[in-house]
Design a protein around this ligand. Structure first.
Ligand SMILES: C[S@@+](CC[C@H](N)C(=O)[O-])C[C@H]1O[C@@H](n2cnc3c(N)ncnc32)[C@H](O)[C@@H]1O
Length: 207
């Protein structure tokens, strides 16, 4: 019961605060300037990407957790383009094959329970000429000590952060799902504890 209370009333607010860390906001800007027209964002969260879309007409805001989406209400309301909430998980996307030019994920692939299935779905709905834009925290492949800590603390992280995994090798998962990364930038985000600060910003297309 206490855990349910935490998940419903406390975690969404913590998420909304942590995800506004300045270094993350800078990367949102860098990632999203290239997005235009119609786009799908998976794991929309509390709507923190909205100010950074400069040329978008319609955004499908896929967010399964209604308690989190509620915190996006004001941001959605003051956005000058069309934002349509889609309450679904990325594992089963309610979109046609080859139908979208842009799909975005910002710090969501860590939390999707069935990650391989979700990447297959993203692949299915992305147009052959489309782009998957993403920025994610990832497994630290260059630092063995941090990688071991990520593995050791992953079960606790999943409990306190709504299913978030510290140790996913996102580049490998993308390649296994037949994506080609034509932009691939690793960096350490300032203001985030070392265990979760290794990040990947990438743009991928279908092979
Ligand atoms: C760490 S938050 C990131 C939120 C937002 N993308 C951002 O950049 O602030 C992860 C988000 O993924 C969502 N999520 C969890 N499981 C999901 C799934 N299976 N499909 C889509 N989104 C999911 C969560 O509800 C949460 O909003």
């Amino acid at each position: 019961m206490i855990y349910k209370f935490y998940q419903q009333y406390i975690f969404p607010h913590l998420l909304n605060q942590v995800m506004q860390t300045a270094s993350l906001m800078d990367k949102r800007r860098e990632l999203l300037l290239a997005v235009s027209g119609e786009a799908l964002e998976i794991g929309f969260g509390t709507g923190l990407n909205l100010p950074f879309y400069q040329n978008v007409d319609t955004l499908y805001a896929l967010e399964p957790n209604i308690d989190i989406y509620h915190l996006a209400a004001e941001r959605v309301h003051s956005t000058p383009f069309d934002v349509q909430h889609v309450q679904a998980g990325a594992e089963k996307l309610p979109f046609a094959d080859n139908s979208l030019d842009h799909i975005i994920s910002t710090w969501t692939l860590c939390s999707v329970a069935e990650i391989e299935q979700a990447l297959d779905e993203i692949y299915r709905v992305l147009k052959p000429t489309g782009t998957f834009h993403l920025v994610e925290h990832v497994q630290h492949n260059e630092n063995t000590k941090i990688r071991h800590l990520q593995n050791a603390l992953n079960p606790i992280q999943k409990k306190v952060a709504d299913g978030c995994n510290l140790n996913r090798n996102i580049e490998k998962l993308l390649k296994n799902a037949q994506f080609e990364l034509y932009e691939c930038q690793y960096f350490d985000a300032a203001g985030i504890p070392k265990i979760g600060s290794r990040m990947l910003l990438a743009r991928a297309r279908k092979l």
